[in-house]
Design a protein around this ligand. Structure first.
Ligand code: ACM
Ligand code: ZN
Length: 541
């Protein structure tokens, strides 16, 4: 047995640069290879601690997938792998345009990288450290997962940069609470796919999960529900208290962890609806005065924050003020979805507020709150994101729309010159089933969103938007709501491989996309998931 295995172990595996998401340009000459072997070095600029960290990531990833042990050899010009900053194209452009002012680079261009493989080894160049990180991820994904102490890298060149500036994924940690370790894993997986935004949904009718120091009872009591309904609102409950929240220290730890992986965290406090967690603790902020339970069932509560009570805005500004202290993100999400008007119609305070402001419709009360919050955020140098409902009463200039009820809201917003994130249910709701046969997968909220459907998304909708209007589409995002997702294994089962599909929507030009080709590149990703221990759905439709 050993004799039969030995030759296979000795044969070097070959790297393949056609990874997910597919780089912009891959040239490969399979007739010549550079052989990377244990003991060889990774060079980087020793005076740059961030580059050193990126070099360490690469070393760890190679070790994780193979038997290859690389050495850290800072400033060694002869090392097998050499990381450096400075882009050959920029030097050329500078020479050609002597004396002229250079065009500012887009954020995507700042993420660009170039990998050149020849007989001297693997040279990795980028404008910024983020590009070196992206390049290291590409090299990681190009490896075959195998016991091997040498790898053949075909000669060639990979030149890459992302298509969209915004490449996001959302996780609902309010319907179910996930430990920080799971969130770090989630961020690792996003970074593996070139994502740069993690949208963190933190508050809900079923639990408030963000610690607010000025309001200590809020997370302590608002995060706990007495029990949870079984299945799809069956009226049968599990009888188990359920809770959990993130301290500000937890949040800061995650922000730093994500930043090292070039991911920004956008926190969301969903207002003025989806607020039963907070109303349970502060019933005076509701129109009826409560009492309000933290919801044990799913759905949309008719009880929302009272728009006519001045304490509501004081509360929101306290919460969002602390949110801004903890999260450095330029973008802050204020939710705004699914906020019924029933209570506002009946509430004397809300009606008096409408009179005072000269408003005709209850929906304008939400606009009034949004504008207050947008101004508050703007004073702190932040931009407000809201679900597409925020368009209804008119959005002020800097507001960003997250289009979820289809792409209509996104199109309308782009036409009004608002920035847009596209996450329509039809392509981006990964809480839906991913296989036709419901018996082959865990219970989900409903719907059907197979990998192929995610892959087919074109966020710029050129048939509806002019070239100028398309510039307002920042990029696409997938959303994972977690009413029916209670455990980490299940999170990754829902995420993968649909994140692979959206990553090509986020990263690749439309003419590069080919679902049949994508399917041939997926098995290597699955081996990587197996090796790093993240779950995925093995079916593919
Ligand atoms: C949403 O799915 N309610 C934004
Ligand atoms: Zn009211």
């Amino acid at each position: 047995m050993l004799l039969m295995l030995a030759p296979a172990l000795m044969m070097a595996e070959r790297a393949d640069y056609r990874v997910i998401p597919l780089p912009k340009s891959v040239q490969m000459d399979s007739t010549q290879v550079f052989t990377l072997q244990s003991g060889m070095g990774i060079a980087y600029d020793a005076s740059d601690p961030v580059m050193a960290r990126n070099a360490q990531f690469l070393r760890q990833w190679v070790e994780e997938l193979t038997d290859l042990k690389l050495k850290m050899t800072p400033d060694d010009k002869k090392a097998a792998i050499r990381l450096s900053l400075g882009f050959p194209a920029d030097k050329k452009a500078k020479k050609a345009k002597k004396g002229q002012k250079a065009e500012p680079l887009s954020e995507q261009q700042q993420e660009a990288y170039l990998i050149t493989i020849d007989k001297s080894g693997i040279a990795v160049q980028a404008r910024e450290n983020v590009g070196l990180f992206r390049a290291a991820q590409t090299l990681r994904k190009s490896l075959q997962v195998a016991q091997q102490s040498s790898i053949e890298f075909p000669f060639g060149q990979i030149a890459d940069e992302p298509r969209f500036v915004y490449r996001g994924a959302m996780l609902d940690c309010a319907r179910h609470f996930f430990p920080l370790e799971t969130l770090k894993r989630y961020i690792d997986v996003l970074a593996l796919h070139g994502c740069n935004q993690f949208h963190w949904h933190l508050t809900e009718d079923q639990g408030w999960r963000f610690e607010v120091k000025a309001l200590p009872q809020l997370a302590k009591e608002g995060s706990v529900r007495e029990q949870t309904v079984l299945g799809h609102n069956t009226e049968v409950y599990d009888g188990q208290r359920y809770g959990g929240y993130y301290t500000q220290a937890d949040c800061r730890e995650l922000v730093n962890y994500a930043a090292e992986r070039y991911i920004n965290i956008i926190p969301e406090i969903d207002l003025p609806g989806h607020m039963m967690g907070a109303l349970h603790v502060f019933p005076n902020l509701g129109c009826t005065g409560g009492p309000y339970p933290v919801w044990p069932q799913w759905g949309v509560s008719r009880d929302v924050l009272c728009a006519g009570n001045p304490e509501t805005l004081t509360f929101l500004k306290t919460v969002v003020g602390e949110l801004c202290d903890v999260f450095p993100s330029k973008f802050i999400h204020i939710g705004g979805d699914e906020s019924p008007r029933d209570r506002w119609k009946q509430c004397p305070k809300c009606q008096a507020k409408m009179k005072e402001l000269g408003l005709q419709k209850e929906s304008q009360l939400q606009t009034y709150i949004n504008h207050e919050m947008e101004a508050f955020l703007s004073e702190r140098g932040r931009d407000m994101i809201g679900w597409d409902e925020v368009l209804e009463g008119g959005l002020t200039e800097g507001g960003i729309v997250m289009s979820w009820r289809g792409i209509k809201g996104g199109i309308e917003a782009a036409k009004q010159h608002h920035r847009v994130i596209m996450s329509p249910t039809t392509y981006c709701y990964i809480d839906y089933y991913q296989l036709k046969d419901r018996n082959r997968q865990p219970d989900a909220i409903g719907g059907y969103l197979p990998v192929s459907q995610v892959y087919s998304f074109e966020p710029l909708v050129p048939e509806d938007l002019s070239e100028d209007e398309q510039k307002y589409i920042l990029g696409p995002q997938v959303n994972l709501w977690c009413e029916y997702v209670a455990y980490p294994q299940h999170v990754f089962y829902m995420l993968l491989p649909r994140l692979d599909a959206i990553s090509e929507v986020q990263w690749c030009r439309p003419d590069q996309k080919d679902f049949e080709d994508f399917k041939t590149r997926l098995p290597r990703m699955k081996k990587l998931y197996d090796r790093i221990g993240v779950n995925y759905c093995s079916g593919l439709e």
